[in-house]
Design a protein around this ligand. Structure first.
Ligand code: ASP
Ligand code: MG
Length: 410
């Protein structure tokens, strides 16, 4: 069996969904789990809806209306009859959402966020499922919240692997004759008690790799609007070239440093089971794309450029001119860990420790306050973290040109 993942861009209109159906049709003689994201930028719209709900804004109902109109129009373009089941299911989802929005929840921001934002995936999968069924495919719709089980770390939940494995094995019968095509949602999950959680923005890739790991998939195909994994973001660097094959090791480093091609958590579950991952273009589904797999030898990659924006560089300096010793370092690391802040790039000197982190204002402010109890703290914000893997002088020169370099490591 194979796992396919279709992201927002691949399902952002009725036409796009017809294209997804054509791709699935070509694979109807194999068992598939098809993981789907919310349509287009819908998750952003749901994030807004969530803010309006929490702020009790009067824009709530118009926001909901426009989300509803968008999905209904797409469904109308795809599904022929009016009194169709699909319309009823869609209605049902909106009634359910409306009921929640009518309540006055006193739960935490993050819990409400997960409760609301996941509707984007419920809607997209309902529409796609209905269309594939109309096209005569042997599809089954599955609620990922029943299968992907997590802890209560809302907005970036940690998967409970044993429980998830049990649920998936229980509910998905991949050995059925007739090659079932399971349609399910990326990104969304739930606790064992059924409280909605999410795996983090762009987490649908990770969902695909969880299914692949547990079902021992032959491969995962992530269908995207680019020809494959590129040596840089082609929207920023038109000279980016497609990489034919890349090791898990290189791919995981790329995503860690901010390459947006894959969610960073995607690779480990595949690496563990040696399941290859392909990134292919849904615009050009005949083409092979890029394969990520276990490799003994580096295939000789070009310089890979990655830019992570909105970085804050924090320098932690001892107050009394004492060295940043092992003891100070462990205190500093513990403070970062407690604040749930990831260290992107770091460097230490005799009496200072410097680190680049993502600018998440809520987290950074709290972190800096705590650090100030023991250290002097300097902050530089609005920076970019530029990573060049397999660098050469020409690429370094290209990236440095016109920029002021504050910290550099080779
Ligand atoms: N729809 C979610 C998001 O936009 C998950 C995903 O696309 O992977 O973040
Ligand atoms: Mg997306």
């Amino acid at each position: 069996m194979k796992v396919f993942k279709f992201g927002g861009a691949s399902v952002n209109s009725a036409e796009a969904i017809r294209n997804v159906a054509r791709i699935v049709q070509r694979h109807k003689n194999e068992s598939l789990v098809v993981v789907v994201s919310a349509m287009g930028k819908m998750t952003n719209y749901f994030e807004l809806l969530n803010s309006y709900y929490i702020e009790k804004s009067d824009q709530l109902s118009s926001q909901l209306k426009s989300i509803r109109k968008f999905h209904e129009e797409v469904l109308d373009q795809l599904i022929e009859s009016e009194d169709n089941r699909a319309h009823k299911i869609l209605d049902h989802i909106f009634v359910d959402l409306q009921l929640f929005l009518d309540t006055n929840s006193s739960e935490s921001y993050d819990l409400i966020y997960d409760r609301i934002v996941g509707y984007g995936e419920m809607l997209s999968t309902t529409i796609i499922y209905s269309f594939l069924e109309q096209e005569g495919l042997n599809v089954k719709w599955i609620d990922a919240k029943d299968l992907i089980k997590t802890d209560e770390h809302h907005r970036e939940a940690n998967v409970l692997w044993d429980e998830t494995k049990e649920k998936i094995k229980e509910q998905l019968r991949m050995d059925d004759s007739g090659h079932p095509i399971y349609i399910t949602q990326g990104f969304i999950s739930a606790t064992m008690e059924g409280v909605a959680t999410t795996l983090g923005r762009e987490g649908s890739d990770y969902t695909a790799s969880i299914f692949a790991n547990i079902l021992d998939a032959e491969e995962v195909i992530i269908w995207k609007d680019v020809p494959g994994i590129m040596s840089a973001d082609p929207k920023i660097f038109p000279d980016a070239i497609k990489i034919e094959e890349i090791s898990f090791y290189d791919a995981i480093e790329m995503t860690y440093y901010g390459a947006k091609i894959l969610h960073p958590k995607t690779l480990k579950p595949l690496y563990d089971k040696e399941i290859p991952l392909k990134v292919r273009s849904f615009l050009d589904p005949e083409k092979e794309g890029t394969i990520v797999r276990r490799m003994k030898k580096d295939p000789g990659l070009p310089p890979i450029r990655i830019i992570k924006t909105d970085q804050v560089l924090i320098s932690v300096i001892s107050k009394d001119f004492s060295f940043i010793t092992e003891q100070n370092l462990s205190l500093i690391y513990a403070t970062f860990a407690e604040a749930d802040v990831k260290l992107n790039m770091l460097q230490n000197a005799a009496i200072s420790f410097t680190v680049s982190i993502d600018n998440d204002p809520g987290k950074v402010d709290a972190l800096v306050e705590t650090l100030k109890n023991n250290f002097r703290v300097l902050i530089n914000d609005d920076l970019e973290l530029i990573t060049i893997r397999h660098y050469d002088d020409a690429t370094v020169d290209q990236m440095i040109k016109g920029r002021e370099v504050i910290l550099e490591q080779k």
